[in-house]
Design a protein around this ligand. Structure first.
Ligand code: HEC
Length: 161
């Protein structure tokens, strides 16, 4: 190995060490890695019942929940994690009870990918789903960061809350 090549190699190693040290000490200290920011206020019982029904109805064919979805399907639907920080139980109940959910939330997708109507479900099942959706929260800092990123991506302007 020539001396020049050796210097380049040493340069790369030093650079990487600095980047790693920066990530470890600076980013993590001010909270760069805070883990999954989602949580639920539901009781174990409510959660078990709701997840069982959602499994039967295949909600995860289209939606991410607890960061997981059916990877064989590719419908670009909104994730359900944290959704209860954006809307409330009553909204969810009306949405699941609508004959035409797209009248409430417009869709740009092909009809087969859109949110189906669940008006045919029993009322207590729609209430169960609505209650569980309302319990799916997201930490405030994550919501703020997401809003900020969306805003800056869409407008190209700096976000000021
Ligand atoms: C065929 C795919 C599909 C299935 C199955 C499906 N959804 Fe959806 N869902 C969507 C799409 C797409 C949207 C966004 C609105 C639209 O395009 O119709 C949506 C929207 C929603 C919303 C509103 C999200 C928001 O941004 O406020 C909730 C809540 C929801 N779905 C819950 C459920 C639940 C609970 C189930 C199972 C009972 C379910 N979905 C099953 C595709 C689906």
């Amino acid at each position: 190995m020539k001396a020049g090549e050796k210097n380049i190699l040493i340069g790369i190693v030093v650079f990487m060490a600095v980047v790693m040290a920066y990530r470890t000490f600076v980013i993590s200290r001010d909270g760069g890695d805070k883990g999954i920011p989602f949580y639920s206020t539901a009781s174990k019982e409510l959660q078990n019942e709701a997840l069982l029904l959602m499994k039967k109805l295949k909600c995860r064919d289209c939606h991410t929940l607890w960061t997981q979805r059916n990877i064989m399907k590719t419908v670009p639907s909104p994730p359900l994690d944290g959704i209860g920080s954006l809307r409330d139980e009553e909204w969810f109940f009306n949405y699941f009870s609508a004959k035409d959910p797209q009248a409430i939330l417009a869709s740009r997708l092909k009809p087969e990918f859109r949110m189906p109507s669940y008006v045919a479900l029993q009322e207590d099942q729609r209430r169960l789903l609505a209650k569980y959706m309302g319990s799916l929260k997201v930490e405030d800092w994550y919501l703020e960061e997401t809003k900020k990123k969306e805003y800056e991506k869409l407008t190209g302007k700096k976000y000021t809350p």
